[in-house]
Design a protein around this ligand. Structure first.
Ligand SMILES: Cc1cc2nc3c(=O)[nH]c(=O)nc-3n(C[C@H](O)[C@H](O)[C@H](O)COP(=O)(O)O)c2cc1C
Length: 183
């Protein structure tokens, strides 16, 4: 369940919320736009771990994915819901990249812009599913149709000379359906 505590803070399409960190994700810089939207002064942010703006609705998996990419030297782009100092929240479309000195990563930078309402709605749905322990993507009608056809074929085979194939197929369909219910 989304906590929906606080109210949403929005910002203009032309604004970019920028911050940089050292390699331990300690904030080394935050621009004025970032400070204003998050409701912190630069002094309150610099020297603090970046999870200072973490919102409890953000799934751990999103940050695990982000760090997986950053540690490999790649950049990461994703939707992030952040918490303001006063408990309000704001959504960003974040682009996080390693900062290099020659071949060595010496820190990271995030440049965030204002996402569309459509992107916010999809991220909200996706993160709620992840937080509720469900699979990220709901089973589509197409997959449901395929599994129903497979079940009918399996039952038909059970009454024939190919009953062993029928039983195997039936077991596979059953396993897929159990998996489907848990998602
Ligand atoms: C450059 C950079 C920017 C980050 N920006 C955010 C951010 O805006 N919001 C956020 O929750 N985490 C951000 N993080 C990730 C945090 O460091 C942290 O991994 C995340 O908040 C999860 O916190 P936790 O490990 O305490 O669960 C950023 C990390 C880096 C390197």
């Amino acid at each position: 369940m989304s906590t929906h505590k606080g109210k949403e803070v929005t910002f203009s399409q032309s604004e970019f919320l920028v911050s940089t960190t050292d390699t331990n994700s300690i904030i080394t810089y935050a621009n004025d736009e970032f400070c204003r939207v998050a409701g912190f002064t630069a002094q309150e942010l610099i020297g603090k771990p970046h999870n200072i703006v973490r919102h409890p609705d953000m799934p751990k998996a999103a940050f695990a994915d982000m760090w997986g990419q950053l540690k490999k030297g790649n950049s990461w782009r994703g939707m992030v819901k952040n918490r303001c100092k006063n408990g309000d929240y704001y959504w960003v479309d974040a682009f996080v990249t390693p900062i290099y000195d020659k071949d060595k990563i010496i820190g990271y930078q995030s440049v965030r812009h204002c996402p569309s309402r459509k992107d916010i709605a999809s991220a909200e749905r996706l993160y709620q599913r992840i937080n509720n322990g469900k699979k990220p993507f709901p089973v589509t009608e197409h997959i449901l149709f395929q599994r129903t056809v497979a079940a009918i074929v399996a039952i038909a085979l059970l009454g024939s000379a190919y009953w062993i194939a029928g039983m195997t197929m039936f077991a596979l369909v059953l396993a897929a359906l159990i998996n489907l219910n848990s998602g």
